[in-house]
Ligand binder design. Structure first.
Ligand code: SF4
Length: 252
């Protein structure tokens, strides 16, 4: 909180404030987007965080620390430092409209409703921030090209946007990330063009064995679409061929 030069710790078990009391030097590390202009803004956010994070009205322990231990106080550090971390956040700040994701209060509500997160869990994302919000911000906090695949890990059902207490348009921001990916990087365009052409041609789709088609598909998309997933395998015969086997066309 900028006006009082204080930090806020919110938790349910008291471990954080306990461990902040023991060391002689307290070092607070926070992202630059964690700043509030004033302590008078804090009650709103404490309430939102608790309600959307755990369903309770308020967390059990809420502590504001404004300095090291003062004269005559028995507990607390002798020195206190606050380190504000950028670490890619200004990259995100420069992106319109994705910058609105910096308003996230890390309540986790979007994760809890996300069908992808609920199925694969947080570790599968391989990043600090997972779920819908992680998929929006991680490409900017790390390397966009390397992490933009997370923005495709969504059904775009929009549940994340519905529950977000600070109204971040999460599923639309995922689409903006995909759009930026396509604008930045046109590798794969030729492969998609050929895919479209061939999949619209019945005679082409019925040509060759399933194995050959699978190899061609992984060669065409191995470095783009197939980078983070296994390529699908073609069956021996196309659906059309199977159908014609079972329902031969009678010639008059
Ligand atoms: S994006 Fe919204 S719902 Fe998701 S963690 Fe942040 S504040 Fe909570």
């Amino acid at each position: 909180m900028a006006d009082i030069g204080g930090i806020s710790i919110t938790e349910n078990e008291g471990n954080a404030v306990l461990s902040a009391s023991f060391p002689k030097i307290q070092i607070v590390v926070a992202g630059i987007e964690r700043l509030l202009p004033s302590i008078s803004d804090l009650p709103l956010f404490l309430n939102l965080l608790a309600t959307y994070g755990t369903g309770s009205m308020i967390t059990n322990y809420n502590t504001v620390i404004t300095s090291p231990r003062k004269r005559n106080e028995v507990d607390g550090p002798e020195e206190m430092y606050v380190v504000l971390i950028d670490n890619g956040r200004t990259n995100l700040l420069g992106q319109v409209p994705q910058r609105e994701a910096l308003a996230c209060i890390r309540c986790g509500a979007c994760l809890n409703v996300c069908p992808v997160f609920k199925t694969i869990g947080g570790h599968a994302y391989g990043t600090t921030y997972s779920g819908p919000i992680g998929s929006v911000i991680t490409p900017f906090l790390k390397n966009f090209e390397e992490y933009v695949h997370l923005s495709y890990a969504s059904t775009l059902c929009g549940k994340c946007t519905d529950v977000c207490p600070v109204n971040i348009d999460l599923h639309k921001l995922l689409l903006y990330n995909r759009q930026k990916d396509k604008a930045d990087n046109d590798s794969g365009k030729l492969s998609w063009y050929l895919w479209r052409k061939s999949s619209l041609s019945r005679s082409f789709m019925n040509k060759g064995s399933g194995g050959v088609k699978s190899i061609l598909l992984s060669m065409a998309f191995g470095s783009s679409w197939g980078k983070h997933r296994n390529s699908p395998r073609f069956s021996g015969k196309s659906f059309n061929e199977e159908w014609l086997d079972k329902h031969p066309v009678k010639k008059n």
